[in-house]
Design a protein around this ligand. Structure first.
Ligand code: FCB
Length: 440
C-alpha cells in the first residue's frame, strides 16, 4: 500500500526519473560518442555485453513515455540531457541535439509536467574523456558552458535545474573502484576527479546565476555505511566509508571542508592549490537532491588505504542484491538537515528497486511495498520538521542499468526490448490511484 497523497504537504512534488544514456538510444540524432559508448564497447565491462546505443528508443518514443508520466498523475519528470548529444565533441553545439530537448521540454509543459533537468548524468563526451575527463581541471569550464547552453535554450520552461547526478559515482566509482566509465582504478585519478567534479559544479552554478537561472541544485547519493561487527576496526572502516561516500561532497558544498577521514588517503593526490577552490565550490544552492537506495556493511581490510571491505548483510534484498532498509532514508534526511543543509529544501530525487520480471510482467507487489515503505520514511522525516519538497521514483521505465546492462528492471513500466512495447506494472497503477487521491 502507498500512503495517501493527503499525508504529504499540498505542494509536495511527486515525479518519475530517468537519465539520457539509459533510455534515449545514443546512436542516433547526430550525437557524438560518450565514454559510456566506448566503455561498453570494451569486452568485460558490461555484465551482458550490451550498450545504450538503442536502449528504450526514447529518442523516438518520448511522446508515449511522457504520456505515461502524465497518465500516472505525476507532477514532475526528472530527466537528463546527454552532453554528447548537445555537444558531440564536448564543445561544439549540435542544433539537432538541442532541438530534441527543446521538443521534450515542450512536451512536458503541454502535459502539465514540471521539467526537472539534470545537466549531466554520466555520459561524458568521449573527446573530453580523451583529454582526461574529470581528471583535467579544464572540465570545469567545459561543464559550465554546457549548463549555460542548456539554460539558454530550455531555462524559460524549467522548474528546476541540477548540475550533476551523483558525483560519488562520477569520481570514486568510476576512477577508484573502476566499475563505471572510464573504468580506472587509480587513487590519483580518483582524487582529482573527486575535486574537479565539485569545481565543475561550483563553476557552473556561478555561470548559471550570471544568466539569471533560478532553482539550482545538485543531486548526491547517500548510502548507509554500518560496521559489520562491533570491533573498533569495523567501526573505523564504516567511518572512512561514510566520509568518502556520504560526507565528501555535502561538506564541501556547504562550506564545511573535506572530511579528515577521507583526506587522509585522498589529500596527497589532490591538485595543488585545491584549498583555493573551496569557496567557489560552496555556491549558495536552492535545494539538494538526495538519492537513496540501500545500506552496506563494512569491515577492515588489510593492506592499502582506505582499508575498507564490504561484508554481506542480513536484510531482504532487491534484484541488485541491495539490502532494503527504508529507515535509512529518514536517517539521511534528518542527518542532512541537522549536520549540513539546515533549512535548505531537500528532494528525494531517486529511490526505487530492481525486481526480476515474472511470467506476468506487471506483477510487482514487492515494488509497491518498497515504495510505500520509503514514502512512509519520507513522511517520518517531514514529521520531524525536515523540509522535504518531493519524491521521484527511479525509474519510469526499465532501462540500461549501466555496467549491469539490461538485466535489472527498475521501472514502473515494463519495457520489452525486442518490440519496445511499454506495459505499466502494478506499481505504476498504485501511483496512479494514490496520486488521484484514492486507495493504492
Ligand atoms: C543511481 C543512478 C541511476 C540508476 C540508479 C539505479 O545511482 O543515478 O542512473 O543507475 O542508481
Amino acid at each position: 500500500m502507498l500512503p495517501p497523497r493527503s499525508d504529504f504537504p499540498a505542494d509536495f512534488v511527486f515525479g518519475a526519473a530517468t537519465s539520457a544514456y539509459q533510455i534515449e538510444g545514443s546512436g542516433a540524432g547526430g550525437a557524438g560518442l560518450s565514454h559510456w559508448d566506448t566503455f561498453a564497447a570494451t569486452p568485460g565491462n558490461i555484465a551482458d555485453g550490451s550498450d545504450g546505443r538503442v536502449a528504450c528508443d526514447h529518442l523516438n518514443r518520448w511522446p508515449e513515455d511522457l504520456d505515461l508520466v502524465r497518465d500516472a498523475g505525476f507532477d514532475a519528470y526528472r530527466f537528463s540531457a546527454s552532453w554528447a548529444r548537445v555537444m558531440p565533441d564536448g564543445v561544439t553545439l549540435n542544433p539537432q541535439g538541442m532541438d530534441f530537448y527543446d521538443r521534450l521540454v515542450d512536451g512536458m509543459v503541454e502535459r502539465g509536467l514540471k521539467p526537472f533537468l539534470t545537466c549531466h548524468h554520466w555520459d561524458l563526451p568521449a573527446d573530453l574523456a580523451a583529454l582526461g575527463g574529470w581528471q583535467n581541471r579544464d572540465i570545469a569550464a567545459r561543464f559550465a558552458d554546457l549548463c549555460v547552453a542548456l539554460h539558454d535554450r530550455l531555462g524559460d520552461r524549467l522548474a528546476s535545474t541540477a548540475t550533476l547526478n551523483e558525483p560519488w559515482c562520477i569520481a570514486w566509482l568510476s576512477h577508484f573502484l573502476g566499475h563505471h566509465a572510464p573504468g580506472l582504478r587509480d587513487i590519483r585519478a580518483a582524487s582529482r576527479a573527486m575535486h574537479h567534479v565539485l569545481l565543475a559544479h561550483g563553476t557552473a552554478v556561478q555561470a548559471l546565476r550570471a544568466e539569471g537561472a533560478a532553482n539550482l541544485g545538485i543531486v548526491l547519493n547517500f548510502e548507509t555505511a554500518h560496521p559489520a561487527d562491533d570491533t573498533p576496526e569495523a567501526r573505523h572502516a564504516a567511518e572512512v566509508q561514510d566520509a568518502i561516500y556520504n560526507q565528501w561532497f555535502i561538506r564541501a558544498l556547504m562550506g564545511q571542508g573535506y572530511p579528515q577521514a577521507a583526506l587522509e588517503g585522498i589529500g596527497p593526490h589532490l591538485p595543488a592549490g585545491w584549498q583555493d577552490d573551496m569557496a567557489l565550490i560552496a555556491q549558495p544552492l536552492d535545494w539538494l537532491g538526495v538519492n537513496y537506495y540501500t545500506r552496506r556493511l563494512y569491515t577492515a581490510a588489510p593492506g592499502l588505504w582506505p582499508h575498507v571491505a564490504e561484508a554481506p548483510g542480513p536484510l531482504p534484498k532487491t534484484q541488485m542484491g541491495w539490502e532494503i532498509r527504508p529507515e535509512g532514508l529518514t536517517e539521511f534526511l534528518t542527518r542532512l538537515a541537522r549536520d549540513h543543509t539546515g533549512a535548505l529544501p531537500l528532494y528525494v530525487t531517486e529511490n526505487g528497486m530492481a525486481l526480476e520480471a515474472g511470467q506476468d510482467v506487471t506483477a510487482d507487489a514487492r515494488r509497491v511495498q518498497f515504495i510505500g515503505d520509503h514514502l512512509r520514511a519520507v513522511r517520518a522525516a517531514l514529521a520531524q520538521g525536515v523540509d522535504v519538497r518531493g519524491f521521484f521514483y527511479w525509474s519510469l521505465l526499465d532501462n540500461y542499468e549501466w555496467a549491469f546492462g539490461y538485466g535489472p528492471r527498475f521501472g514502473l513500466v515494463h519495457v520489452d526490448y525486442d518490440s519496445q512495447t511499454r506495459t505499466p506494472k502494478q506499481s505504476w497503477h498504485a501511483f496512479r490511484a494514490m496520486l488521484a487521491g484514492g486507495d493504492a
